[in-house]
Structure formats: C-alpha cells, structure tokens
Write a protein that binds this ligand. Sequence first.
Ligand SMILES: [Zn+2]
Length: 101
Amino acid sequence: MAYRILIKAGVSIERLKRPVRRTLNKLVWIYAQHGYDLIITSTYEGTHSPSSLHYSDEALDVDDPPEEKQEITTEIKTSLGRDFDVILESDHIHIEYDPKG
Ligand SMILES: [Zn+2]
C-alpha cells in the first residue's frame, strides 16, 4: 500500500507536540484501511476557539471522508485511547491530546 499523509496548503505539522505527532502513523494506517490518504487540514493556524489546544500545538484536524466518517472517527478513538479527544465536527475530525490524570 502506498497511502500518504497530505497536508493542506498553508498548514504545517512542524510544531506539533510529540504525543500528537506520534498519532500520524496510526492515522495514516486507519485511513489506508478505508482506501484513503490522510489529509491534515489544520494545526495551529486558522481560527479556533480561544482556549483551543490548536494554539498549543496539541491538536490537529483531519479530513473526514463522507462515506465513512463515523467508522473512521470510532476507529481513531479506539486506536488513540483515553488521553486523546476525537470529535467528528461538521467538516473534519478534530483530534487533541488531553491526558486524563
Ligand atoms: Zn480542531
């Protein structure tokens, strides 16, 4: 399989904190199982709520393939475990590192 991580123009993954960066291999694998490339649509740039973990480089948004976004969201949740919040938003999947004590 030759599935890839694609990064939207203007988005950089350089600053992502290590726990978030480490999710990328798992994410690309999950997307590949469904036949998709992983597309990162946002990290710290763009407009997020003021308290968003995007601004501390602990969150990223990924594309949500319309046909399978529910399944993919569930698989990401299961794969990343309780230290991550995974939320299916209106046009993307939001993933943030939020360790629970
Ligand atoms: Zn987000």
